[in-house]
Write a protein of this length. Sequence first.
Length: 278
Amino acid sequence: MNKNFRLEIFKKASLCRNFEEQVIINVNNKNIKIPVYVSAGQEFIAAAISTICKKKKIKPLIFPQHRCHSTYLAFGGNIIKLIDELLGRESGCTKGKGGSASIHSKDINMFGHDGLMGSNGPIGVGACFATKNPTVIFLGDAAAEEDYVLGALGWASHKKLPILFIIEDNNFSILTKKSVRRNWNMKDVARAFKLEGYDIKDDPREIEKHSKFFFKKPILLNINTNRIYWHAGGGMDSNKIFDRFENEKKILGIEAIKINEYYKKNIEKLWKLQLEKQ
Ligand SMILES: Cc1ncc(C[n+]2csc(CCOP(=O)(O)OP(=O)(O)O)c2C)c(N)n1
């Protein structure tokens, strides 16, 4: 992968990571009073997919689930409106009514989740079938297990829809690991439905490698990743989890460090300004 492109992806990831770090601070000091689902650790998925879409000049329909701050930010959602949403304000991107789990934004074609795990599978397939617009559906590894997701995969395959199913596979359904829940994987399920299916890491180079046919046919990427914080809120079980963000920063060196310093400083400032408006 060309270094500039990798840095472009890193920029988005840095925006997302620093945003989430501020969310954690503001959950802990009780400025944020609603349940939050932090995407720190998983941000390279949204960062890579959105940068690839931008390069392809595609503005897809986006169907996220609850862990979606990074999806919103990486695809160009307004950061102030997200801060306001988490603070429960009417000026929030979902008018303060969606909270963390149901981020919705007409500006970026992002359709907020309703809370029923996996529902965005059939809803997103339906939207893609009706409009034929390029569509990205993000599902957790647990949400992907819902029966209605399977029916949706079959329809997307049969109709050869321009759709990308991204499984953000952090191994957990709240606290239950995949190995307790099932003996199969989503790549094989996709292939059983005659979809292209791959099981990859959240390494942006691997994601890009599979991007040639994005939106030319239906594809499912099961992307292995890690969430750093608890299912909800800002707790942390271990600091030994592999952190793709820190890994990329180390590899990319001084340029990445500078990018990250920029986002850290400015996002902290934005949060402060918004909080002062209260
Ligand atoms: C149909 C349904 N079943 C159960 C739940 C309760 N629930 C909320 S989040 C969650 C786990 C989701 O895990 P996953 O889809 O892997 O996403 P992650 O939280 O790991 O990002 C569960 C079981 C729900 N909201 N909807």
